[in-house]
Design a protein around this ligand. Sequence first.
Ligand SMILES: Nc1ncnc2c1ncn2[C@@H]1O[C@H](COP(=O)(O)OP(=O)(O)OP(=O)(O)O)[C@@H](O)[C@H]1O
Ligand SMILES: [Mg+2]
Length: 284
Amino acid sequence: MSQPKLEITNLQAAVEDKTILKGINLTVRGGEIHAIMGPNGNGKSTLAGVLMGNPKYQVCSGTATLDEADLLALPVDERSKAGMFLAMQYPSEIGGVTNADFLRSAVNAHRGEGNEIGLFPFVKKLNQSVKKLEMREDLPHRYLNEGFSGGEKKRNEILQMMMLEPKMAILDEIDSGLDIDALRIVGTNVTQLVKDREQEMGVILITHYQRLLDYIQPDFVHVLIDGQIVKTGGPELAKRLEEDGYDWLKEELGLKSLTLEADTEETTRPANIGACGTRQKLGL
Ligand SMILES: Nc1ncnc2c1ncn2[C@@H]1O[C@H](COP(=O)(O)OP(=O)(O)OP(=O)(O)O)[C@@H](O)[C@H]1O
Ligand SMILES: [Mg+2]
């Protein structure tokens, strides 16, 4: 099987008429782990949401392809079927739908009509994955994320990933809420999925902390500030950020501020004609 490739070029996107992503360029191949770090509110989750098709974002320009699939032209379910996966920073609770039913429906939607997974192989795989993640055994049978603890929700996102076997997984702050043991367990399982599979999975790992990168070692570390990748390095870059924060980088790059609020004029004008979201709405 060929190695998957996610290619993002000059991606610009807005939310509520405010430009958040200002030209993202990134290529992720199967078997590679790319960590994305950066201060709060600078566009990391926006990038994840735009790639997955969250309707709250308006794409203004640029491209995003996964192999032959033009992601930005596809509805969310088709992006998922093409091999994209997002472990969300804030997973939703869905009452009335059990976790196991949700997973089986998702797996079957991927496999297509006439090729549904049998109940026995599904349950077997589910149980194996639950065991690997050392999750409580009742969790698959409860309503999706309802009443789950913060850490249980995060582990459940990884369970979904293990069941769906995506080509490209975006993990948005999967470490937040995890206790020390869970961090190791999740980290080991993600690494195994990336490295052990015949068709290697690529990973975009959004995190604030080096500690996750002890368990999921990145090939590349990118820093996203003000909607752009301003620096790329290896694991040593994450270590430097952990030790020294972002100030040295800010100085090195000559950035005025690390926050969008202070940096852009757009926030002072509610409908900035220059903002790509506004331009799109006006058909300019
Ligand atoms: N509906 C909205 N209206 C206005 N601004 C929004 C809206 N949704 C998101 N934003 C803004 O978009 C910016 C980027 O948010 P994003 O969630 O991508 O940040 P992030 O880098 O993931 O931050 P964190 O590290 O805190 O998770 C923030 O300033 C946020 O307030
Ligand atoms: Mg975020």
